[in-house]
Design a protein around this ligand. Structure first.
Ligand code: NAD
Ligand code: AHE
Ligand code: ZN
Length: 375
């Protein structure tokens, strides 16, 4: 069938909107009509050419919501008409990782996903005889896409597509990093570096978890009011700090008889490896945990003095907020429908597919929090 897609033709070039061909679902696969998709910084990261797994041409996009329109042989967990969110982290429930109960990083289809193809090793997208790669197993920058059954979460059919698409990545990543990865407790102190589409969801997760002091750090002063809207208690712009940002943050978080500063939990939501180091070193001596959420390009490495770890700080990372997609994503949609979490204000721009490159421009300028393409 013919579908409309924004194709990443070459690294560093704008997406090109065109008609491409999509094959129907094979065994164990589902065809989805994508109704809406968010634009995440990770799409930009891959489009920029910094992603070591980046393949071109590809149909990017991994933050979607839509309706099942066809299913392949053997599909039992979803049917035509179901509302679903595509999962770049699937949940097969039978691989060693799923069975371990220690991680959400299902391994059932990760290798073919990284090669831009479906689990059978072929692509469903093409232009004439030329194949187009899938991306993160989702390719939501097309109005129809094909996914394996294990990579779709069935959600409440009353939930609006143009809002819940954000649960396909940003909301779940930010809120999940707090709840599943850091397991933040009531009364904790926290520092969030980078108040974009992910960082604001970390803040809302911290508020939900009952954190007391929530410090937001961003080089863009416009983010102060955004952070405050979701529960941030203090804002720091590192460009306006005299001296070392880490010492500044440690000073702000001094408490107790020994007056040792540092936050119980810190989160990097920038993808900048220098910021990741600051986040680790701003965590409290003895127990502070720093969670890396940001994704950094090929060749980038993180560094710190081992002393930082010897003295009890913990460095960890999270993908998709530690969420098990088919189990947790429907619950997060319900939290949204029940008013437990907020999404609407973060969706600052609604675009047509033809205007998708404007969404990337607004991400670069800091004008948007999340742009959503509605088909
Ligand atoms: P975004 O562009 O919306 O936000 C980034 C924010 O960081 C901006 O507000 C920017 O001003 C701020 N920033 C940039 N440099 C900074 C610095 N030196 N100090 C402080 N703040 C700084 O991006 P996003 O969509 O929120 O994504 C954030 C990161 O998370 C990206 O690296 C993205 O690829 C990654 N990500 C990871 C996962 C995961 O599962 N681990 C999921 C989604 C996104
Ligand atoms: N391809 C990149 C890795 C990018 C990455 O870490 N992606 C996150 C999700 S970001 C969503 O916006 C992720 O899920 N990671 C786990 C995984 O298996 O990829 C690279 O650096 O190679
Ligand atoms: Zn994302």
């Amino acid at each position: 069938m013919d579908v409309r897609a924004a194709v990443a033709v070459e690294a560093g070039k704008p997406l090109e909107v065109m008609t491409v061909q999509l094959e129907g679902p094979k065994e164990g696969e589902v065809l989805i009509e994508v109704k809406a998709t968010g634009i995440c910084h990770t799409d930009d990261f891959t489009l920029s050419g910094a992603d070591p797994e980046g393949l071109f041409p590809a149909i990017l996009g991994h933050e979607g919501a839509g309706v099942v329109v066809d299913v392949g042989k053997g599909v039992t967990s979803v049917k035509k008409g179901d509302h679903v969110i595509p999962l770049y982290t699937p949940e097969c429930r039978s691989c060693p990782s799923c069975l371990s109960r220690k991680t959400n990083l299902c391994t059932a289809i990760r290798s073919t996903q990284g090669q831009g193809v479906m689990p059978d090793g072929t692509s469903r997208f093409s232009i004439g005889k030329d194949k187009i790669h899938h991306y993160m197993g989702c390719s939501t920058f097309a109005n129809f896409t094909v996914l394996p059954e294990i990579a779709v979460a069935k959600v409440n059919p009353d939930a609006p597509f143009d809002k819940i698409c954000y649960i396909g990545c940003g909301v779940t990543t930010g809120v999940g990093a707090v709840i599943n990865t850091a397991k933040v407790e009531i009364g904790a102190t926290a520092i969030v570096f980078g108040l974009g589409g992910i960082g604001l969801n970390v803040i809302q997760g911290l508020k939900l978890a009952g954190a007391d002091m929530i410090i937001g750090v961003d080089i863009n002063n416009d983010k102060k009011q955004w952070g405050e809207k979701f529960g941030m208690t203090h804002f720091v712009n590192p460009k306006e700090v005299d001296g070392d940002i880490v010492q500044h943050l440690v000073g702000m978080t001094k408490r107790g008889a020994d007056q040792i500063g540092g936050a119980d939990y810190t989160f990097d939501c920038t993808g900048n490896v220098k910021v990741m180091r600051q986040a680790l070193e701003a965590a409290h001596r003895g127990w502070g945990e720093s969670v890396v959420i940001g994704v950094a390009g090929a060749g980038q490495e993180i560094a710190t003095r081992p002393f930082q770890l010897v003295t009890g700080r913990v460095w960890k990372g999270t993908a998709f907020g530690g969420a098990r997609g088919r189990t947790d994503v429907p619950k997060i949609v319900d939290w949204y429908m029940d008013g437990k979490i907020d999404i609407d204000p973060m969706i600052t721009h609604i675009l047509k597919l033809e205007d998708i490159n404007k969404g990337f421009d607004m991400m670069h300028s800091g004008e948007s929090i999340r742009s959503v393409v509605v088909y």
